[in-house]
Design a protein around this ligand. Structure first.
Ligand SMILES: NC(=O)c1ccc[n+]([C@@H]2O[C@H](COP(=O)([O-])OP(=O)(O)OC[C@H]3O[C@@H](n4cnc5c(N)ncnc54)[C@H](O)[C@@H]3O)[C@@H](O)[C@H]2O)c1
Length: 395
């Protein structure tokens, strides 16, 4: 692409993850990385000089004054909101790392600000760009798995403890964004438990339970304390089960042709004897492409075309809504009270009604919405789940 047509990008943060954006942004043909903001000379010293532009600053506002079109923010989570907001107000498109923000109020503000200004805002939900997740998306859509019975995800490793967010806010955005993408539904939080054993203020291990429509439930386990790295998502269907193992290169997806059916209720006490169906295990070919490169390329495309990003601000808000509800449960010993997302209605309104950069602006806060209507307008939840509350907004 001719240099004058390239999108000029500034990168904020060149730590562990920012250094990967730095490489990837240099590799994209329609992107020109013209500025870097990094206050740590030590971290700057660790990245390859070949990738660094001439203009380097430790002052984000100074970077915003340069002639960049867009910023990529890979700074610590607590800074996502103030940096992204400042960038939007200067007319820059924004890709900010996950979590989108550390409160739903801030996430809503970013989504609304970008909408109002006609700018692209995108969240680094990297896994929704992963070819294996694309494969899962097609598989779920095809109905081959049968009815979805339940889902569980495990994202475990040793470190890296974050200074400003707990393990839930650091790791669960990946699984939550994958589930939102695959199931196209916004779940209810059904409780979270966890523990802060090293740093008394921020949990290092958490278990999160979610409820989707039609009785589908999901369990997410995240931890910074486990020596064995696990990145696994299992979707159990009535006909087949799929396991996505992100640390099994070349065989990330396995489909198990196993199911159980019940016969006539002829047994003792009306017991219906189960029949176990056991078939092949298939390992489909999944193209290997770097998810972060696909994500950053998508950001460039959306800026250029005005298309709505796959992980736009409204998707970011959905994930933050869940994290916020989950935190209330986690830090109240698994309490099941008060878990209704604060901005549930706005999330669906913004996400469902519009495409492109000009999303419909969510109109204020809505009280009294029936929480049992989800983004696909389906009502109700199967019996046996806990009573649901109305979706009034709490202050
Ligand atoms: N999408 C993913 O898969 C993924 C993976 C890892 C981390 N992340 C996210 O990336 C972000 C950074 O994480 P990390 O592990 O690289 O942390 P890190 O601490 O290694 O890097 C953060 C960098 O931001 C810099 N920084 C601090 N204040 C700044 C400011 N005002 N302006 C610009 N830079 C500033 C720090 O000096 C540091 O170099 C986090 O939000 C994290 O959640 C995303």
């Amino acid at each position: 692409m001719a240099p004058e047509n390239r999108i000029k990008v500034g990168l904020a943060g060149c730590g562990y993850w920012g250094s990967k954006h730095l490489r990837v942004l240099n590799e994209l043909p329609d992107c020109e990385l013209t500025a870097v903001c990094e206050p740590s000379a030590e971290n700057l010293g660790k990245v390859s000089k070949a990738f660094l532009p001439e203009f380097i600053t430790d002052d984000f506002d100074e970077m915003l004054e340069s002639d960049i079109d867009a910023v990529v923010i890979a700074a610590p989570a607590r800074l996502h909101y103030p940096l992204a907001k400042a960038a939007l107000l200067k007319g820059k498109h924004v890709l900010t790392e996950k979590p989108f923000a550390t409160t739903s109020e801030h996430a809503l503000d970013l989504a609304e600000t970008a909408t109002a200004l006609g700018l692209t805002v995108m969240v680094g939900h990297t896994y929704v760009f992963h070819p294996a997740v694309q494969y899962l998306k097609e598989l779920v859509k095809s109905g081959d798995l049968g009815d979805l019975l339940y889902v569980h995800a495990a994202r475990l490793n040793f470190g890296l403890l974050q200074p400003d967010v707990d393990v839930l806010w650091d790791l669960a955005p990946h699984d939550l964004s994958i589930l939102a993408y695959l199931l196209e539904e916004e779940p209810m939080v059904a409780g979270a438990r966890g523990a802060a054993r090293i740093n008394p203020n921020l949990a290092e291990v958490a278990h999160l339970d979610l409820e989707f429509m039609d009785g589908l439930f999901a369990h997410i386990h995240v931890s910074w304390l486990e020596p064995v790295k696990v990145r696994r998502l299992t979707i159990i269907g009535s006909k087949k089960t799929v396991v996505y193992d992100d640390v099994a290169p070349g065989e990330m997806i396995r489909i198990y042709n196993k199911s159980i059916t019940l016969g006539e209720r002829t047994g003792e006490n009306g017991f219906a004897p189960p029949t176990y169906h056991d078939g092949d295990i298939t390992v489909p070919f999944v193209k290997q492409d770097e998810p972060l490169k696909l994500e950053d390329a998508h950001f460039m495309d959306c800026i250029r075309t005005g298309a709505r990003p796959r992980s736009d601000g409204w998707q970011g808000l959905k994930v933050v809504n869940i994290l916020e509800s989950a935190s209330r449960s986690l830090y109240n010993s698994g309490s099941l009270e008060d878990l209704t997302p604060r901005y549930y209605f706005q999330t669906n309104n913004g996400a469902a009604e519009e495409g492109g950069n000009g999303h419909t602006r969510a109109n204020g806060r809505v009280n009294g919405m029936d929480r049992r209507t989800n983004s696909r307008g389906r009502a109700g939840r199967r019996n046996g789940t806990r009573a649901l509350t109305k979706g009034q907004v709490r202050e």
